[in-house]
Design a protein around this ligand. Structure first.
Ligand code: ADP
Ligand code: MG
Ligand code: ZN
Length: 616
């Protein structure tokens, strides 16, 4: 925790809090004193002086305390037992009467009497009755507040006394070298780095750099990593908070955190403020049923802070999100997050580079083919690749190897895609056969259609993620466009598993559910998004909602049109299915041959497959 920030943090606040403490403590103490004095007099009963005299005469009094204006009388217990802690005497008092004979009478009755010396100075009394309780209450109060503050990360009094500094990192230790395959993103961030390096150069020309940049892309592509790398490259402090850190149960905490964050940052400029998952606070304020006060306040504070700071000062605000479309328009307007840096999933070359970065500290065999791994991981993000490298290394350790081999990587890819092998699951002979024909059906259809990708591997070893067997296809090269014919071929390949079951066993199983799902969604996209049907032509029927996450589609057409869309999709899938059945029927002989081989071996490679296919 850097020193010297505490006082600025709220000298005023501190005094106000102290005064409040004092008032509460004083009230408590007065109550305490009233309570105490009433307690002291509780069991004391006033009696007439004459009764007192009688009691003395009858020997019922054990002790008399002569006070300034009264006599305090302790009676003997009635049953004659000794006075003890549990058996307190009855206490009475009576007024002072000028009665010179009293002492003689008390002496005679054996009463102990005395007049206490008043040695309590007023100062001591003040101390015990007033100061001590106040201090005690202060201590308890402070402890209580502290635990509250810890729980809420702020505290209602010192309201969100900046948590930001906890996240402050002097050096992130990450540089652009650690981020691979994001060349375009790095390029646009390079300018920010340069700006943070020599702010004055820009000031001289009068150029203003954007105050904020938004890193946008799917999860795991390295947005957080890139933000850290910018700070690392620029060698400036890095303030980072996640959007959800701002959103608290107590209204106002988030806003005050934003305020503190910017305040601290401006004291340490040049620096970077990074707000991860900014959609948590930056959600659009309209179209909401129950609006969220806390989030709105936080967002408003953020907006005004971003307007407020001096652009020449050298503060850059970076935000990261995978849902840019939900962000409030005010957040995106010029002067705020007006620059958008797309951090998309890496392409083939990018994946190879990312693998290289993560292999830096891993011992690998000499014949590692990164290109092949990159090919097999099409669609994977940086985080997936990091995961694959680690899984491969773990597997190598498990098998007692010193170096990671290519097969470890390929197995790791499969683990990520389909889960771990379940060697102990025993399928009965009939089921194994169905699975084998189903998978060979996919592979054969793929191989027979000229446009299709060749298969990489077929296996009927079940996996933990539910697959009983699968056919792994691997593209020979990265593709960015797909033609209508290619999509149709893919749909045919997907339906070929079920088609093989029909052709060979004349019955169907539940095993095709995933194929059906994928085939249908492909066909749907063809019609609704890619304009590939004759019926609708180039009319768009659906739009993608959050394209960096699950990519849910939302219909933009009327319900009547949707019904027609469904019919069109059905026809495409059904057409592909028919084609698959026909293909397999024509090549039944090959289907039997390969399936027999697969049943024997459990796993066959693409080359083995092609070899058997070519034998006649
Ligand atoms: P995001 O914030 O986009 O969801 P992260 O930046 O948190 O993703 O990335 C998670 C991890 O994935 C990183 O710590 C890093 O190990 C790895 N990673 C992701 N993208 C890359 C990349 N482009 N280069 C190297 N490693 C990456
Ligand atoms: Mg992140
Ligand atoms: Zn299948």
């Amino acid at each position: 925790m850097p020193t010297g920030q505490q006082p600025q943090n709220g000298g005023q606040n501190e005094t106000r809090t102290l005064i409040r403490f004092m008032i509460i403590a004083l009230i408590c103490t007065s109550l305490f004193n009233v309570f105490l004095s009433s307690f002291a007099n509780r069991s004391v009963e006033e009696i007439p002086y004459s009764q007192f005299k009688t009691m003395v005469a009858e020997g019922q009094v054990s002790e008399v305390v002569i006070e300034e204006d009264r006599l305090l009388i302790s009676a003997k217990p009635e049953d004659g037992t000794e006075v003890s802690f549990y058996k307190q005497p009855e206490v009475y008092y009576t007024g002072l009467v000028d009665d010179p004979e009293l002492y003689a009478e008390m002496d005679e009755a054996g009463v102990v009497y005395y007049k206490p010396v008043d040695n309590t100075s007023p100062l001591a009394e003040l101390l015990t009755n007033w100061v001590l309780p106040v201090l005690l209450i202060y201590a308890v109060f402070t402890l209580f507040m502290r635990s509250m503050a810890k729980r809420m990360g702020g505290g209602p009094m010192g309201m969100g006394k900046s948590n930001a500094k906890v996240y402050m990192q002097k050096e992130t230790g990450v540089t652009f070298e650690d981020v691979a395959g994001q060349e375009e993103a790095k390029e646009s961030l390079m300018e920010i780095v340069d700006y943070l390096h020599n702010t004055s150069k820009y000031a001289k020309v009068g150029a203003k750099l954007p105050k904020g940049a938004l890193l946008v892309g799917p999860p795991g592509t390295g947005k957080t990593l890139l933000a850290k790398a910018v700070a690392g490259e620029a060698k400036v402090p890095f303030y980072s908070l996640s959007g959800s850190d701002f959103v608290e149960m107590f209204v106002g905490v988030g806003a005050s955190r934003v305020r503190d964050l910017f305040k601290q940052a401006s004291e340490n400029a040049p620096c970077i403020i990074f707000i991860d998952e900014i959609d948590a606070i930056g959600k659009s304020r309209d179209n909401q049923m129950g609006s969220n006060d806390e989030r709105e306040q936080t967002l408003n504070q953020l907006l005004s802070e971003m307007d407020g700071f001096d652009p020449g000062k050298g503060i850059v605000v970076l935000g990261a999100t995978n849902r840019p479309e939900v962000l409030d328009k005010a957040l995106l307007r010029p002067g705020r997050f007006d620059r958008r840096v797309i951090v998309d999933k890496p392409d083939l070359k990018g994946r190879e580079q990312i693998l290289q970065v993560h292999l830096k500290d891993v011992k690998v065999a000499d014949d590692i083919d990164l290109h092949q791994i990159a090919l097999a991981t099409s669609g994977g993000a940086g985080a997936d690749l990091a995961n694959i490298v680690n899984e491969a290394a773990l597997r190598a350790v498990r098998l007692g190897r010193e170096k990671v081999q290519q097969e470890d990587f390929m197995e790791a890819v499969e683990i990520i895609i389909a889960g771990k092998e379940k060697k102990d699951r025993i399928m009965n002979e009939k089921e194994r056969k169905i699975v084998a024909y189903h998978e060979v059906g996919h592979a054969l259809a793929a191989a027979l259609q000229s446009h299709s990708q060749p298969v990489q591997k077929i296996t009927i070893v079940p996996r933990t993620m539910g697959a009983l067997g699968y056919t792994m296809q691997m593209p020979e090269e990265e593709r960015y466009l797909m033609s209508k014919e290619e999509i149709l071929d893919q749909i045919t390949t997907l339906t070929a598993g079920r088609a093989a079951e029909e052709v060979i066993f004349h019955s169907v199983t539940t095993g095709a559910s995933n194929d059906i799902e994928r085939a249908t969604s492909m066909a749907r996209s063809m019609v609704a998004q890619y304009g590939m049907s004759d019926k609708f032509g180039m009319m768009g029927l659906e739009s993608v909602q959050n394209k960096y996450l699950d990519g849910r589609n939302v219909a933009t057409c009327s319900e009547a049109t949707q019904a027609k869309l469904d019919e069109e999709v059905r026809q495409i899938v059904e057409g592909a299915h028919q084609k698959a059945v026909q293909l397999l029927e024509e090549n039944q002989e090959a289907l039997h041959r390969i399936a027999a081989f697969l049943l024997e071996k459990e796993t066959i490679t693409g080359e083995e497959f092609m070899e058997i296919l070519k034998q006649q």
